[in-house]
Design a binder for this molecule. Sequence first.
Ligand SMILES: Nc1ncnc2c1ncn2[C@@H]1O[C@H](COP(=O)(O)OP(=O)(O)OP(=O)(O)O)[C@@H](O)[C@H]1O
Ligand SMILES: [Mg+2]
Length: 112
Amino acid sequence: MTKLEAVIQPSKLDSVKEALLAIGIDGLTVLEVRGHGRQKGHTEFYRGREYSVDLLPKIKLEIVLRDETVDDVVKAILGASQTGKIGDGKIFLSRIDEAIRIRNEERGADAL
Ligand SMILES: Nc1ncnc2c1ncn2[C@@H]1O[C@H](COP(=O)(O)OP(=O)(O)OP(=O)(O)O)[C@@H](O)[C@H]1O
Ligand SMILES: [Mg+2]
């Protein structure tokens, strides 16, 4: 199993959700987050510590997937969220060892 984490522009959430629905993705988690990429701009020093002052609101999606669906999901997210401008966001993929459906203790990809 693979965990896909995608940080996207909040304005793209609806189109990304539609694109995921269209390819049959059921379970996902959506978080409201703040972040910055490499254009982080200015930082400020306050009492000797450096603080970022420009954390922008972003949406983060977390989806745990069967490995064979990852390519399609990445394509769907790219297609629905890419504008070509800075700040479009990022997709991260990592391995997931186990999943457990709490209701009936199903495990592995069957629990997704
Ligand atoms: N290396 C990273 N680790 C964790 N989160 C990140 C990382 N890079 C970007 N993000 C998250 O993604 C959001 C959007 O990043 P962004 O698209 O601006 O990346 P970038 O590297 O600056 O690329 P671009 O040049 O296209 O803007 C950030 O606000 C942050 O929440
Ligand atoms: Mg950026």
